[in-house]
Design a protein around this ligand. Structure first.
Ligand code: TRP
Length: 474
């Protein structure tokens, strides 16, 4: 399987023209409110053409800017990419050779999800009546499954609930871990809906060299950081699998139903399990799938099994939910909808996601202002030039610059962010100055988080983690 550019390949100009035509076609279909499936396949084709264009020209397609006639494709253009160095994205590993990070458009094609386009962002704004979160405005949540259907129902006063989670592999959480929770908190606020948070201490026990007790303790510690994101205790249930699984007959019934409908062959295909993986791993996906069904939580939803679930998560979790969506109709449940985020890059660059085991690869939620400053100054990969003179002359490359990437995650003001991008690209803003802006953005954010976490008492954790009715009206 290669992205071959053999006989019959189009010239960059021909590709550009096909792209423009396809873009028009998508707009026509959308205006005509054509069948969703038809729009979806037109968008998929558009994305495919965009990728081909990028491979042929080494640059992104831009409407109204045809490729230069004397185009020379740079040596390191993605065109050189073969099947052997495809981005790898699965629940356990994320790697790419590209300094800009994973090619997310390609991932949408590979996973068969849909792009979160401007139309969907506008629709979320319209339905929720709120300015879209910066993660939506900036394509950090970039892919979805069935979000239009969730909004259709919501408009008809048929509500939904949120489900997200975390694998508690250590006490220390870093900034990247907060992305889904920050966004989920926003969704909970603007749609006013219940949320369940799964802490997969069982998963971490099965996969890591940790004791059951340690994993459970990490779950409770991580719950404090999650609570510090500001979730409403009246609308949120946080649970450790080790605790909840054994206490909830309804949850376990769903686990068993899912287990009966997925074969070993299927999980091998989806997750790459082999004959020597322990059987706990092989059956674990059923446990991550079960919270997608509302009757897994009778204390919240009674015996209703028809309440739609929306899962915000990083794209690497999608394999679990592809499996879940495949099983759902066969056991009489609605398929969960999904919103997928990109990865938060490591300080060293967007080639990998951060690792909780490398202290210098990320900013931890427990870092002091001084540690934050030092880590950024020392370790944040820079897209700037080697000397001030060169930088002034040539400008920096914001696309590969980790400090700039972090600002796109955390700086709220769109105009300020765009100005920073322009100034950095032109050379007016130096790397040191860019880093200073980032330090000044992160220090107060982390300090606030630490302050809020301190206020989270054992009593409050217990409240969040006790199965009980939640407040919502639907
Ligand atoms: N497997 C996830 C992890 O290791 C944890 C998780 C469980 C999760 N359920 C989820 C993440 C739902 C997102 C959405 O982090």
């Amino acid at each position: 399987m290669t992205d071959c550019d053999g006989a019959g390949a189009q010239t960059p100009l021909q590709l550009y023209e096909s792209l423009t035509a396809q873009g028009d076609q998508v707009r026509v279909l959308k205006t005509a409110k054509a069948d969703k499936g038809e729009i979806e396949s037109a968008v998929q084709l558009l994305l495919k053409l965009k990728l081909e264009y990028k491979q042929a020209t080494g640059q992104d397609y831009k409407a109204g800017c045809p490729p230069p006639e004397n185009l020379t494709v740079p040596d390191n253009a993605p065109a050189a990419e073969g099947a052997t160095n495809e981005d790898e994205v699965n629940p356990w590993s994320v790697t790419t050779n590209n300094a800009k990070g994973v090619d997310y458009d390609k991932l949408i094609l590979r996973f068969g999800s849909s792009k979160i386009d401007k139309e969907l962002v506008d629709r979320i704004e319209k339905v929720s009546g709120q300015k879209p979160h910066r993660f939506l405005r900036r394509g950090i949540f970039f892919s979805h499954r069935d979000m239009h259907q969730v909004l259709d129902s919501y408009e008809k006063h048929k509500s939904f609930y949120l489900y997200t989670g975390r694998g508690p592999s250590s006490e220390a959480m870093h900034m990247g871990h907060l992305i889904p929770f920050i966004f989920t908190k926003w969704l909970q606020d603007v749609f006013d809906i219940p949320l369940v948070v799964q802490l997969t201490d069982d998963e971490k026990y099965l996969w890591k060299d940790l004791s059951v007790d340690e994993c459970h303790r990490f779950a409770v510690e991580n719950a404090k950081d999650i609570i510090a994101c500001g979730f409403d205790v009246n609308k949120t249930f946080i649970f450790s699998d080790l605790d909840y699984m054994g206490s909830s007959p309804q949850f376990y019934r769903n686990v068993v139903k899912i287990q009966k409908h997925v074969t070993f062959n299927q999980v091998k295909g989806i997750f790459g399990f082999t004959d020597s993986d322990c059987i706990g791993k092989i059956s674990f996906p059923a446990i991550q799938a079960a919270p997608s069904f509302s009757n897994s939580f009778p204390h919240i939803f009674g015996d209703r099994k028809d309440i739609q679930c929306l899962i915000p998560c990083a794209i690497d979790q999608d394999p679990y939910f592809r499996m879940t969506r495949d099983v759902a109709p066969r056991i009489g449940y609605p398929k969960p909808a999904l919103l997928h985020s990109t990865f938060f890059p490591a300080l060293q660059g967007a080639q990998t996601k951060m690792s909780a085991s490398d202290a210098n690869s990320s900013i931890f939620l427990t870092d002091t202002p001084k540690q934050i400053k030092n880590k950024i100054n020392k370790h944040a990969f820079s897209g700037g030039q080697d000397t001030v003179e060169e930088h002034r002359q040539l400008g920096g490359n914001a696309e590969v610059d980790v400090s700039f990437m972090y600002l796109t995650f955390f700086l709220e003001d769109d105009e300020q962010l765009e100005k920073i991008r322009q100034d950095y690209t032109s050379g007016a803003l130096l790397t040191g100055e860019l880093k200073k802006l980032l330090v000044e953005t992160l220090q107060p954010m982390i300090a606030t988080h630490q302050e809020r976490r301190k206020q989270v008492t054992e009593e409050l954790v217990k409240q969040f983690m006790t199965p009980r009715p939640l407040h919502f009206n639907f």
